[in-house]
Design a protein around this ligand. Structure first.
Ligand code: SAH
Ligand code: SF4
Length: 361
């Protein structure tokens, strides 16, 4: 299996295939002009084009399934070279705006939710990805490839920048080196040019790795999947909380370098009768005292076989209002793509189930 060219920074390519300015040209062809073969790289000498095709492939993944939701989001299932599959979702955050003559006034705003691992080790009780256990880390190319393929597939112009959230399958901080490399490749100005500020890493709270990520000073945004305000409940939901309790996470967050105009996002997955009470909202405020935080409440998205349930909208809104009234920024995550089961892990699970059904018959 040949490595993918998406695995390499511009600098590395410059060393591998001198002279160095070629790397910038190659980056341009791949990330800005979306070529599918090395042979299409017109200003690259034939000899180098041949060498590149002998040694490398361009894309390390291919689209095997696509589901569109009524709200415009599209969920992708990608197959990797070893036949494992991962998911990514294109979310349309804002529609395009046209004037009365059909002239485009504002481009749509996109966010891509990407996976960082096949499966996950963390084993959260509410998460479908956890059910299949951990298989392997994604390479930098497999992370970068998800965004590139989705931009290509939707004809999103190369200078339209998208936001990235590492909220797909897997725990990004369990794959920190590859994640960091992907962040750098994605932000390269000759390539996709997605500033780290537009990239949000979501973690279930591995405190030691949050510190490590902070020390790398990549400039990414941080999101913490908190979901519970006391350790007992959090341990039930996220077993890893035994090793990294809530206090250790809060300490790590306090040390994290945050852009002066930004906030750390605390995700709070709301599950009916588990953590949707006002008492929890009260404790949450106390916990986040002194942190430039925003809270994102997420509706639990049910799937076959789970005992957890989606909360009542009224409870959700009361929880949100309680926080807002006390000065905390708080949004409710719109259930984008709910009709395509957009909580990551859910499309993959459906196809695996289907395969099992097919094999049975
Ligand atoms: N491993 C990282 C990132 C991937 S999970 C993390 O846990 O933060 C991304 C988000 O999806 C997390 O906040 C997670 O709690 C949420 N999630 C998992 N299962 C869900 C479900 N069934 N419904 C809604 N959100 C879910
Ligand atoms: Fe892993 Fe995140 Fe799912 Fe927990 S919620 S099992 S950390 S992917």
């Amino acid at each position: 299996m040949k490595p993918s060219i998406l695995d390499f920074t511009e600098d590395e390519l410059g060393t591998m295939f001198p002279p160095r300015f070629r790397a910038k040209q190659i980056y341009n062809w791949i990330y800005r002009r979306y070529v599918d073969t090395f042979d299409d790289m017109a200003n690259i000498p034939k000899k180098l084009r041949n060498e590149l095709s002998e040694k490398l492939v361009i894309s390390p993944l291919k689209i095997v399934q696509k589901e569109s939701s009524s709200d415009g989001s599209i969920k992708y299932l990608f197959e990797l070279h070893d036949k494992h599959t991962i998911e990514a979702v294109l979310l349309k955050m804002k529609e395009a705006v046209y004037d009365e003559n059909g002239k485009l006034l504002h481009h749509p705003k996109y966010t891509v939710c990407v996976s960082s691992q096949v499966g996950c080790k963390v084993g959260c009780a509410f998460c479908l990805t956890a059910k299949g256990g951990f298989i392997r880390n994604l390479s930098p190319a497999e992370i970068v490839g998800q965004i590139l393929e989705i931009k290509k597939d939707n004809d999103i112009d190369s200078n339209r920048r998208v936001n990235i959230v590492y909220m797909g399958m897997g725990e990004p901080l369990d794959n920190l080196d590859n994640l960091a490399k992907a962040v750098r490749i994605l932000s390269s100005e000759s390539g996709l040019s997605i500033s780290p500020k537009r990239q949000t890493v979501s973690t279930s709270g591995i405190s030691s790795k949050i510190k490590k990520l902070g020390a790398m000073d990549l400039g990414v945004q941080l999101a913490i999947s908190l979901h519970a305000v006391d350790d007992k409940l959090r341990e039930e939901l996220i077993p890893m909380n035994k090793a990294y309790n809530i206090a250790s996470i809060i300490d790590a967050v306090k040390e994290f370098p945050v852009d002066t105009r930004k906030r750390v996002m605390f995700e709070y997955l709301v599950i009916k009768d588990v953590n949707d009470d006002i008492e929890s909202a009260k404790k949450l405020i106390k916990l986040l005292e002194g942190i430039k935080a925003k809270v994102n409440l997420i509706y639990f998205n049910p799937y076959p076989g789970t005992n957890f349930e989606r909360p009542e909208p009224e409870k959700m809104e009361n929880f949100q209002q309680y926080l807002i009234d006390r000065g905390l920024l708080c949004t409710i995550r719109e259930s984008k793509g709910l009709d395509i089961s957009a909580a990551c892990g859910q499309l993959r699970e459906q196809t695996i189930d289907n395969d099992i059904e097919l094999n049975k018959s």
